[in-house]
Each structure stands twice: as structure tokens, then as C-alpha cells.
Design a protein around this ligand. Sequence first.
Ligand SMILES: Cc1cc2nc3c(=O)[nH]c(=O)nc-3n(C[C@H](O)[C@H](O)[C@H](O)COP(=O)(O)OP(=O)(O)OC[C@H]3O[C@@H](n4cnc5c(N)ncnc54)[C@H](O)[C@@H]3O)c2cc1C
Length: 384
Amino acid sequence: MIYDAIVIGGGAAGLFCAVTAAKRGKRVLVVEHNSEVGRKILISGGGRCNFTNVNTTADNFVSANPHFCKSALARFTPRDFIDLVERYKIPYYEKKLGQLFCRESSRAIVQMLLDECRRAKVRVETSCSVSSVNAPRPWLIETNKGAFEAEQLVVACGGLSFPKIGASDLGFRIARQFGLKIEPTRPSLVALVSKAHRYPRLAGISLGTVVSAGGPSFRENILFTHKGLSGPAILQASNYWSRSEPIEIDLLPDTSREELASTLRQTRSVASTLGTQMPQRAVNELFFTPYLTKRGSELSEHDRSSLIEAIKKWRVEFQDTEGWDRAEVTRGGVSTSELSSKTMMSKKMNGLYFIGEVVDVTGWLGGYNFQWAWASGYAAGCSI
Ligand SMILES: Cc1cc2nc3c(=O)[nH]c(=O)nc-3n(C[C@H](O)[C@H](O)[C@H](O)COP(=O)(O)OP(=O)(O)OC[C@H]3O[C@@H](n4cnc5c(N)ncnc54)[C@H](O)[C@@H]3O)c2cc1C
């Protein structure tokens, strides 16, 4: 039998695309090399899947073309996905900043997608590894379970992060095979490894900060690690970070420079005054000792300014990320210049689609990446 579409990858984007197409009467096969679909969904959000963000806009994504995601996001919104979740009576709640999480378990989302597949008569083949893809049309894929043919081929096999649960480079290999450009990839939404100064004695300490890495600023916590920094603010900044630029961190975002200057002028002990605003251990490790042993009145104007600068604009250089094993997503991917923003179909290869994380569209932390998976899957599913 020749399918209308084969979807490679039974993750968020692939399953949603398959369901969307099958509901329109298309015969769809999903091929997944793991023994079960949706492993990343299962581990996401600490096991509670932050499945969307109600405030999603194109500004929450990074891409060589920041406009590319607009059309798909407009056609399938967070509200559309919430409607589905509510139809399945999956309990959820807003944790913070528009982030919606399952109240019980991520498994409810995977089960919902599988139920949708069953209802729409999508065939799902697990433990099925693709060994080759042969050019159109029909598309012929060879797998350990035999060869399958389809009029259209959807590449939904995700990015490179978390190889231990099945991430592979197949999507990028298929893109290369058909001459599609790929934006350089790197681990993202990931902890960073400091270049010079490390603070192992602060490992585990978390501070409320504002962090910026050349893009927007993020008001969230940073977390000291043995290798550098992590925490939601650093993960967000990792989407924008480049090796050549330090990340800037405001360690006291609720205190203006003027307030800080006035407090520091009056204090009898610089160290203990700062210690009322952040953990004393952090104060002692982060700031230059000669300042800290002084009374405020003993600080020269220059020293006071330097200290305020160090607090309000702490500049940290990082040499690397903590790598694919720790990264929530892949930055970069199949170039958006190769794809139609309405359908996700390749402009060069008729009937070849790329959706989800394999595409050069990377969301912020907070449910945006799943919203992109649903929206891009829906766009392709409507076009098949
Ligand atoms: C620990 C962690 C937590 C996360 N938490 C969140 C969160 O709470 N909210 C959020 O929005 N995003 C989160 N993300 C990101 C989110 O999981 C991804 O952006 C999203 O899953 C991408 O969907 P996708 O369908 O493109 O790829 P995936 O969900 O990765 O699906 C790709 C599928 O393709 C399969 N595959 C790969 N190679 C092959 C092959 N060669 N042959 C056959 N099948 C193949 C994979 O096994 C996988 O099932 C998290 C990521 C991680 C790693």
C-alpha cells in the first residue's frame, strides 16, 4: 500500500502532524525507532510536561528568520491545544509566566496523542529504524521492518539533544541528502561552563537575577554549579549566548544603582549589608575582599562605583555549554529559507516536510518548544 504520508519520528510534532492529516482522511504511517512514542514528552517539565505557554508569540523564538514561525503559530494557537487537553479532561495548571503543566503526569499527553492516532486510524510502528530514504515520488523508506512507500514524507525526528532517549541526526542527514541548507547546530536551553572563574563552593545556591546575553533580558533565578551557572535565567540566555560575548547579570535587580550607592555610603560593614540582600557565602566569594572589609564611608567613589558595577552588571565569560546530554533543545537546524512557512514543505523537494525541533526555530524555556511542535505539525498535517 502507498501511504499518503510517512512521518519519521513519533514525538510531539510527528504525532500531532499525523493526527491532523489522518483526521482529513489521509492514510498516515508514523515510524519511530524507540520502543514507545513520545519519550521526550514523558520526561519533559520534570515529568509534568509544560505543554504550552498561553503568552506565545514569535518573539519567544530564536531563528535566522524570526518571522518564519508566525504563520504556523497563528494558525494553531495555545488555546487550540488547551481545547484538546480539556476535551481529554487532563488536569493542568499555570505554574508561572503563562506556563501550563499537567497536574499529574506527562503520560496523559502521550496517551491523548495515541488515542487521537487510534481514532484517526494512524498506523504507528515503534522499534522501527530507518536505514535509507529514496527520492520521490512515491517516497520509499527502508527500515528494519521492511520498506514503506508514501506520496509525502514528513521529517519529524527532532534535534540532537538527549541522545540517551533516542535523539539522532537522521533529520539533518535527510536534509543534506536532498541539498537543503542547515543552520549550524548547538546545544541550547542548557547550563553553561565558565571560562575562568568558577565558584564550586557556591554550587547549589540560587539567586533571583536579571540576565541578558545580547537578546532580551530574563528575570529569573540563576543557580551556581560546580562547572559554572545554570537555572532558568541561564537556560534562557543560552539561546542567545555566543562564545565571544560575556553574559551580563544583575545580581540585585530590585535595587537601583542609586539606592545601592546610598546604602553603601552609610553602612558600617559593606559585607554584612550585601549579606542582607544575598547569601553571605555568595557575597564573600563573588566580590573583591578589600571592599568587603571596609565601612561604607571608607570606600572611595571609584571603589563604590566598581562594586556597584560588579553587582548590577556582573559579566561572566563562558567557554562552553554542558552539551547535548544536558540540553533541552537544539539551536539551529534545517534552514527556514528552505521551507514554506505555511506548510513546512521544502521549496526544492515537492512532498518533503520538516517540522518541530529539526527546523531552525528554537523556543524559550516555558512551553514554547512544544507549542512550536504542535503548530508546525498542524501546518504540515493540513497540507498533506
Ligand atoms: C529534559 C527535557 C525537558 C523538556 N521539557 C520541555 C517542556 O516542559 N516544555 C517544552 O515546550 N519543551 C520541553 N522540552 C523540549 C521539547 O521536548 C522538544 O522541543 C520537543 O519534544 C520537540 O518535538 P519534536 O517532535 O520535534 O522532537 P521529539 O519530541 O524529540 O521527537 C522526535 C522523535 O523522533 C524519533 N527519532 C529520532 N531519530 C529517529 C530515527 N533515526 N528513526 C526513527 N525515529 C527517530 C525520536 O525517538 C523521537 O521520538 C524538553 C526537552 C528535554 C530534553
